[in-house]
Design a binder for this molecule. Structure first.
Ligand code: AHG
Ligand code: MN
Ligand code: MN
Ligand code: MN
Length: 336
């Protein structure tokens, strides 16, 4: 009757988080409350994304953000939704958003013990053509005795207590880790609940897919060039890898977690630190990939060991199946 039990004994994300909390008797339930507000934000953005075409939410918002990117309406809407949801949780303190130049310091009466770094809408360039987009977040605990300063979020990714993303695609899927593995939940719109659909995700040890924007090949360094060359023209008689590149990090990483392979945004001559932002793209995705048994490498070292100097800092990233990342690490160490 396992199937029947599954149908009548729903493992929702709320129940999963409460189970995790119960493993920490001293917990006050603050992280549970914080996560429930993040989940609410994801549900809201999911419904806005699904209605975007109809509600004229696609198209530009008329502003550009700190990244110099033209802001899309959904970027602005989702940013506002997450800022409000986090503030109203009463458990957040310092907030960092891709869309805000400066950190947001929650007012004293609503301050909590957690700092949240987030990319409210990842893959904005894909909004207007209906390709999957997402939200990415990472959570740090406030430093002991701190009232909340930028120092609380300029910490290595390995210090995060939780990380996750929500992908708004054919279904709305939220992948979360609170440090004991990575679990995937799918929104059941009829219930308005995220149901556990991908328990304890483990990334295949080796994959047959590589994921990179080959349009930057002219500017790649030698290790990346050699790796991609080998993927396309293997010299050991094995078959070439497949190229899959969606252009939304959330979608490319989600596929990599489930199918295996490697996702790369390398440094190139134009952008020596690559494009992806350390705090709210590289760290949360690296956290999740490691929790699923994979690796995440910057070309110099482990991504989660980076100590960021500023909140919008970028880093090259090579993440995915353990063995695939080992190969790129060997190429970079040989090039030193
Ligand atoms: P965002 O939409 O949050 O600014 O992020 C876009 C990022 C990431 O989602 C994706 O992996 C990458 O940009 C794609 O960049 P290219 O178009 O240069 O390949
Ligand atoms: Mn952006
Ligand atoms: Mn992004
Ligand atoms: Mn974004």
């Amino acid at each position: 009757h396992a199937a029947d039990a599954q149908r009548t004994d729903l493992m929702t994300i709320t129940r999963y988080v409460l189970n995790e909390q119960s493993k920490h008797p001293e917990a006050r339930g603050d992280l549970t409350i914080l996560l429930s507000h993040i989940v609410l934000g994801c549900k809201f953005v999911c419904s806005a994304v699904n209605k975007a075409g109809l509600a004229k939410l696609i198209g530009l918002a008329g502003d550009t953000n700190i990244q110099g990117e033209e802001q899309k309406k959904l970027d602005v809407l989702s940013n506002d939704v997450f800022i409000n949801a986090l503030k109203s949780s009463g458990r957040a303190n310092v907030l960092v958003s891709e869309e805000n130049e400066e950190p947001i310091f929650v007012e004293a009466s609503k301050r909590g013990r957690y700092c949240v770094v987030f990319d409210p809408l990842d893959g904005s360039s894909n909004i207007d053509c209906g390709v999957s987009i997402g939200t990415i977040f990472g959570i740090y605990m406030l430093q002991e005795g701190s009232e909340g300063t930028v120092a609380d979020v300029l910490k290595p990714g390995k210090n995060m207590v939780a990380a996750g993303y929500c992908m708004y695609g054919s279904s709305c899927t939220l992948v979360l880790s609170t440090g004991t593995g990575a679990n995937g939940f799918t929104l059941d719109p009829s219930l308005g609940e995220f149901i556990l659909t991908h328990p304890n995700i483990k990334i295949p040890k080796k994959g047959k897919i590589y994921s990179v924007n080959e349009g930057n090949a002219k500017n790649w360094d030698q290790p990346t060039t050699s790796y991609v060359e080998k993927a396309k023209f293997p010299i050991d008689g094995s078959s070439p890898k497949s190229l899959r590149y969606i252009g939304s990090m959330v979608a490319d990483v989600h596929r990599t977690l489930l199918y295996g392979g490697i996702f790369m945004y390398p440094a190139d001559k134009k952008s020596p630190n690559g494009k992806l932002r350390v705090l709210y793209e590289v760290f949360p995705m690296s956290f999740l990939v490691e929790q699923a048994g994979g690796q995440s490498f910057t070309g110099q070292g482990r991504a989660l060991d980076i100590v960021p100097k500023n909140i919008h800092e970028r880093s090259p990233i090579f993440l995915g199946s353990y063995d695939d990342v080992e190969e790129i690490k060997a190429l970079y160490s040989a090039a030193e």
